[in-house]
Design a protein around this ligand. Structure first.
Ligand code: ZZB
Length: 261
């Protein structure tokens, strides 16, 4: 599985995360949350970044002044792929953080229409065994993401967040013939999905959104406006990589976790 790993630079830590990493990395180092995505062309629509609240993450050294926040499992894969400073050896975390401690952290999301940054928010459905354990949220085109931000905005106190963090504007970024230009909200409504716990229907919605978006979608924003998603995808990916805002990350072969096929 070839992912695009995106670099979301931390602009302002939540206070718990700031305490946990204090003194463990150089003062002037940049730290990035690094979600793995299969849809780089949707990065215009990022509204927040999800972590699993109970998952443990590490800060791993990528270069003298750059650290990546990912699971230890992903860090190991990255080291094998020559991505981390560890140079093939099993990398050691400079600091560890529990997902819930990072909630509220402000990060810069490359290409996002939300130029002031987006917040780190909790998502129960994040799998620790897939990608980097960090997920960038695109509620316009991902049914899982739309369902989760809707849930978070309904019960902000319960989730320990500020309501407006989950209510960033959802801008149309891809037009489709069957589901319109807000594919995920359309499908969530059509399949009557009420909460992130409806995992079976969400899986179906995801598959429908992937197929329609990839084969019939047309870009509505960015440098490739008017181009098909199929053609825009590799172009957006390459320009993110060229800008130093993303890199290729491969998931080693193993049994498929969530997609059938
Ligand atoms: C942004 C995005 C925008 C994504 C979209 C999807 C969609 P798949 O298809 O099941 O293999 N993801 C990545 N890591 C995790 C994780 N650890 N736990 C849960 N979800 C994760 O999954 C690949 C997608 O699942 C990734 O691509 C990521 O969300 C999420 F418009 O990134 B995606 C119709 C889907 N649309």
């Amino acid at each position: 599985q070839e992912y695009t790993a995106l670099k979301l630079r931390v602009l302002e830590w939540s206070s718990k995360a700031a305490d946990a990493i204090k003194g463990k990395i150089p003062e002037d180092a940049s730290v990035f949350l690094v979600p793995a995505t299969l849809r780089p062309e949707t990065m215009y629509g990022q509204t927040c970044c999800f972590i699993g609240p109970k998952i443990t993450y590490g800060l791993f050294k990528a270069s003298e002044k750059e650290y990546y926040v990912v699971t230890a499992r992903a860090a190991k894969n990255m080291a094998f792929q020559g991505i981390l400073a560890a140079d093939g050896a099993i990398p050691e975390a400079a600091a560890e953080l529990v997902g819930s401690d990072m909630v509220g952290t402000l990060v810069n999301a490359p290409l996002s229409v939300h130029k002031d940054g987006v917040r780190v928010l909790p998502m129960e459905n994040v799998l620790p065994t897939k990608g980097t354990g960090v997920v960038t949220s695109v509620p316009s085109d991902s049914p899982d993401d739309f369902c989760t931000v809707t849930e978070l905005a309904k019960k902000p106190e319960y989730y320990g967040i500020q309501k407006e963090w989950a209510e960033k504007e959802i801008v149309p970024i891809i037009d489709t013939p069957s589901y319109g230009d807000l594919c995920a909200p359309f499908l969530v409504k059509k399949l009557k999905i009420a909460s992130p716990k409806d995992v079976k229907q969400l899986e179906e919605a995801k598959n429908l959104a992937y197929t329609e978006g990839f084969y019939k979608g047309v870009m509505k924003v960015g440098d490739h406006t008017g181009l098909s998603v199929e053609k825009a995808k590799p172009l957006v990916r390459q320009s993110l990589i060229d800008a130093g805002e993303a890199f290729a990350y491969a998931e080693p072969e193993k049994k498929v976790v969530s997609r059938s096929g």
